[in-house]
Design a protein around this ligand. Sequence first.
Ligand code: UT7
Length: 338
Amino acid sequence: MKTIQAAITGVGGYVPDYILTNKELETMVDTNDEWITTRTGIKERRILKGEGLGTSYIVTKAVQELLQKTKTDPKEIDAIIVATVTPDMPFPATANLVADQVGATNAFSYDLSAACSGFLYALTTGAKYIESGSYKKVIVAGADKMSSIINYKDRTTCVIFGDGGGAVLLEPTTENVGVRDAILRSDGSGAVYLNMKAGGSRMPATHASVDANLHYVFQDGQPVFKFAVTKMADVSAEIAERNNLKGEDIQWLVPHQANKRIIDATASRMGISEEKVMMNIEKYGNTTAGTIPLLFWDYEGKLKKGDNLILAAFGGGFTWGAIYVKWAYDGAAVTNKK
Ligand code: UT7
């Protein structure tokens, strides 16, 4: 009997229309375009405006596009997993709301929280459902409305993050394509460097917690940077080595978009040249769980069946990981993005 692999058979994405430029940020905090560009690589990011719109809005748009592109009946969907740190509400899960919105009435659905590595964790989980033979169509999404937890008076975080996300469809295949291997790691001792202190069970919302700005992202950038550079490169090199992939065998590095300098360091460690590194940080910033599916969305037209992709991420937790994917279809046939 042939082994079942989980193939990514389609991609959908969504970014809000509103563009927050470095120029506009200059009017909000003591920063400048030159600092943001040289330290992070970011030029602009998208912000979801509109009363009552949460992360489920982003994911619903992405999933609707995915269903339409893959000509999938929502009733055929077995499961929807949404990776996010900005759910619409603590409960019910954002994924439950999305399933309802898109008409996936036969799906079970839940959220998964692993910050910037969330999409990698969710993709690994979704792939296991398919590989087990129990399920045939699983949607894995990664999205965040980071603007809902960012303090636009804190220049160390507000220049970095943005809103957006994407989704992929996983289906079984016995061909030599799909999610081939994954390495996932976490280390909770990193919580002190990157967190949101209030709003959970340890510190529920009070007037005092709001006054102290504890419902916003806190990041001690330098230690996070150091861990990210080392861990993301280590795990990417490890997965390439154990699958006998050299730099020239890899068509695309698909790295979490936190900082262009971290991405460059990872690519250089793996011997991958710049033109083989997916990058859109300049236009969306860091969308946390959204970055990797948004890269698929932007680069779909360039992807060819059989391409070897290394996905890599590092983020809050700390969490980090890398996944080896063999791409399952020629993207140019299904997208008008070049
Ligand atoms: O995706 C989740 C995981 N997160 C990451 O991977 C992020 C990792 N960290 C980083 O990407 C970088 O540490 C940052 C982009 C957050 C910061 O860059 P940095 O090169 O580490 O800057 P820094 O924190 O060392 O700050 C350097 C200087 C400081 O001023 P002094 O003390 O040298 O006078 C900061 O106050 O830059 C100042 N600074 C700014 N200046 C203008 C910090 N933020 C800004 C700003 N505009 N927005």
